[in-house]
Ligand binder design. Structure first.
Ligand code: PLP
Length: 297
C-alpha cells in the first residue's frame, strides 16, 4: 500500500446549496504526513462517528449510491447531523481521482461528532491504493464461527446498540479477527446467540444452494452490504434466485459454496469453516469477481 492521501472537509449542513467556488473549495488535501485531527475528536476518544469504504476500480468508485444511502442511514441512527450528500459525492470524486488508475484502490469517508464541546461534526476522506494482488479471491479463506453474544432480534430489543449502523467503533470486529487468527483461521463469521448466521467482521456472508444465492436478512443487527446488492443484481441476470432470510448456522455446512463479500476484497470463497472443508465453486467465484471488477459505478 502506498501512502494514504487525506482530505479534510468543511462539513456543510444537509440542505446547504453548493457554494460559489463549488464543493471542491470545501475539500482540502492534507500534505503527506501532516497531522489532521485534534486529540479531543470524539471519533478518537469515543469512536463516535460513522464511516464508509468504497472500492475504486480503474478510477471508478463502486456502488456509490448504496454507500451514500448507508452513510446517511448510519448518521441518522447515531443522531448525527445529516450529511450533505452532494458535497460528500463531490469530495469522494476528488479523492478517487487522486488515486492511480492502474490498480485497485479505496476511499474511506468518515463523519464524526467532532471535537468535544464544539457541536460541529468533522468529516474527512482517506484515499488508498491496494497492491492490486488479491490471492484470497483465488485461494480462499479458512474461517471460524464466533458467538456474537446477542440474539437475532437485537434490532427490535436493543436498538441503542446501533445494529445496522456502520460506526467507527470497530474494536470488537478487530478483536474477532485476532481471535480467528489465534484459532489458525483467516477470518470469522459471527453467529447470533440463538444460532443464526450474521456477518463477518468486515464483510457480508453469501451462500449458494443449487440455483439460489442466499444472504442473511439485514434486520438481525447486521449491515446491509453494498457488494451483496451488486452480487444479487448480477446473479438475477444470470438466472439465479436470490433470498434474504434467516440463515441457520448449520446451513453453512449444507451449501454448495460460501463467500465473504466486501467493497475492496470483493468475493472471497470460504474453503473451511471450524476445521470442516467447504465446497469451493471456482467457476462462480471467478464470475462474481469478474462482474464486480467490471462495474463502472
Ligand atoms: N459487514 C460489515 C460489518 C462490514 O464492515 C462490511 C464492510 O466493511 C460489510 C458487511 C460489507 O459491506 P460492503 O459490501 O458495502 O463493503
Amino acid at each position: 500500500m502506498t501512502q494514504p492521501i487525506v482530505f479534510m472537509l468543511d462539513v456543510a449542513p444537509a440542505d446547504a446549496p453548493e457554494p460559489e467556488g463549488g464543493w471542491a473549495a470545501t475539500v482540502h488535501r492534507v500534505p503527506d504526513g501532516q497531522p489532521s485531527l485534534m486529540a479531543t475528536e470524539l471519533s478518537a476518544t469515543r469512536g463516535d462517528g460513522v464511516f464508509e469504504t468504497l472500492g475504486v476500480i480503474d478510477g471508478f468508485a463502486q456502488a456509490v449510491d448504496g454507500h451514500f444511502w448507508r452513510l446517511a442511514n448510519s448518521a441518522q441512527l447515531l443522531e448525527l447531523p445529516a450529511p450533505n450528500l452532494e458535497q460528500w459525492r463531490a469530495a469522494m470524486q476528488i479523492a478517487a481521482a487522486a488515486l492511480p488508475t492502474d490498480r485497485q484502490g479505496g476511499v474511506k469517508l468518515v463523519l464524526s461528532r467532532g471535537v468535544e464541546g464544539s457541536g460541529v461534526p468533522t468529516g474527512w476522506l482517506i484515499a488508498t491504493t491496494t497492491s492490486g494482488d488479491f490471492p484470497s479471491r483465488r485461494d480462499g479463506w479458512k474461517v471460524v464461527t464466533l458467538d456474537r453474544g446477542y440474539r437475532h432480534d437485537l434490532s427490535e430489543k436493543a436498538p441503542w446498540l446501533l445494529p445496522g449502523a456502520k460506526t467507527l467503533s470497530y474494536a470488537v470486529n478487530m478483536a474477532a479477527l485476532r481471535e480467528a487468527a489465534r484459532r489458525g483461521a483467516d477470518n470469522a463469521i459471527f453467529i447470533s446467540s440463538d444460532d443464526y448466521v450474521m456477518e463477518a467482521p468486515q464483510s457480508t456472508v453469501l451462500l449458494r444452494r443449487g440455483n439460489t444465492l442466499i444472504t442473511p436478512k439485514t434486520d438481525i443487527g447486521i449491515l446491509p452490504g453494498t457488494t451483496q446488492l451488486s452480487v444479487f443484481a448480477v446473479a438475477g441476470e444470470w438466472g439465479f434466485a436470490t433470498e434474504d432470510r434467516l440463515v441457520a448456522a448449520s446451513d453453512l455446512f449444507d451449501s454448495d459454496g460460501v463467500w465473504l463479500l466486501s467493497s475492496v476484497m470483493l468475493a472471497t470463497p470460504i474453503t473451511e469453516i471450524d476445521g470442516r472443508a467447504i465446497a469451493v465453486d471456482r467457476d462462480l467465484t471467478d464470475r462474481l469477481n469478474d462482474a464486480l471488477l467490471a462495474r463502472r459505478e
